[in-house]
Ligand binder design. Structure first.
Ligand SMILES: [Zn+2]
Ligand SMILES: [Zn+2]
Length: 272
């Protein structure tokens, strides 16, 4: 603000505190508030100060209270600037700054964070809500990515619990394991891994038997990437058998067995 504007602001202060104002005061305030305009927020800061205290207001207080008034509006408006395609970094900064200034001036309406980021539930999601808690109808489930006949053949050769680990159908390519087909992987200490296999074996199984939903590579063909796409690996084991209703009921009725040791518990959770 100019010395003249500073004199006007000081006159506004004098209305509250009856101070006498000289030219030196106006010039000093103008210099200290060189980047602050004389606007409604600046006058409002003075009024707010004297609404709470009899002490003379200082330049620092004018600055602080004005900033608080404006940041309150920014907080309420939750301005979000996503950027526009093709704009330069400078344009982004300028537009973002203009948006924040508009919010500080009170030109943007107050809104919630959810409104600001457009995170209200989509129509698709809302349409699904009535189905929450209801059993899934089998026919609506997506088909398995590994065709059923192949899967049955694989499972037939993997007796007992191992049927769940369809990956045992391929050799483990992990250089420190190299478990042969139908044999469980072994940890680096030589212990059999009961509930899982090495990641490389999981990948190898996925490549051999699943079509990639990401790049479309058919079974036995590598993905376009050095490692198979995660979607392919997920798809390959998407229909891992789940415990059936009766097993679940039994589990719910059985009190948990006392833990033998912590180390045992962390090895995969499968009962030995
Ligand atoms: Zn292995
Ligand atoms: Zn792929």
């Amino acid at each position: 603000m100019t010395p003249a504007e500073a004199a006007e602001l000081l006159a506004h202060c004098a209305a509250f505190d009856r101070r006498t104002i000289g030219e030196a005061d106006a010039r000093a305030w103008s210099r200290a508030l060189h980047d602050v305009p004389l606007d409604d927020d600046t006058r409002g800061a003075v009024a707010e100060h004297y609404a709470h205290t009899d002490q003379w207001i200082t330049v620092a207080q004018v600055r602080a209270i004005r900033a608080r008034i404006r940041s309150g509006r920014i907080d309420a408006a939750h301005p979000v600037y996503d950027g526009q395609p093709g704009e330069t970094g400078e344009q982004f900064v300028a537009r973002r700054r203009a948006q924040v200034t508009a919010a500080a001036e009170g030109e943007l309406p107050a809104r919630t964070i959810t409104q600001a980021i457009g995170a209200a539930p989509s129509e698709n999601l809302l349409a699904l809500l009535p189905a929450v808690g209801r059993p899934v109808v089998e026919a609506e489930e997506p088909g398995p990515y590994v065709d059923e006949q192949t899967r049955v053949e694989i499972r037939e050769h993997l007796p007992g619990n191992r049927a769940a680990l369809v990956e045992l159908e391929v050799d483990c390519p992990n250089s420190r394991c190299r478990a042969a087909r139908r044999h469980l992987c072994r940890s680096s200490r030589g212990r059999e891994l009961r509930g899982t296999v090495h990641g490389q074996r999981r990948d190898a199984y996925a490549v051999r038997h699943a079509q990639c939903p990401e790049c479309g590579a058919p079974p036995s063909h590598a993905c376009t990437t050095p490692e198979p796409h995660p979607a392919r690996v997920r798809a390959a084991t998407a229909d891992r058998p789940m415990p059936n209703r009766r097993q679940l009921d039994r589990l719910m009725r059985t009190p948990p067995a006392p833990r033998k040791s912590r180390a045992r518990h962390t090895t995969g959770g499968t009962q030995r």
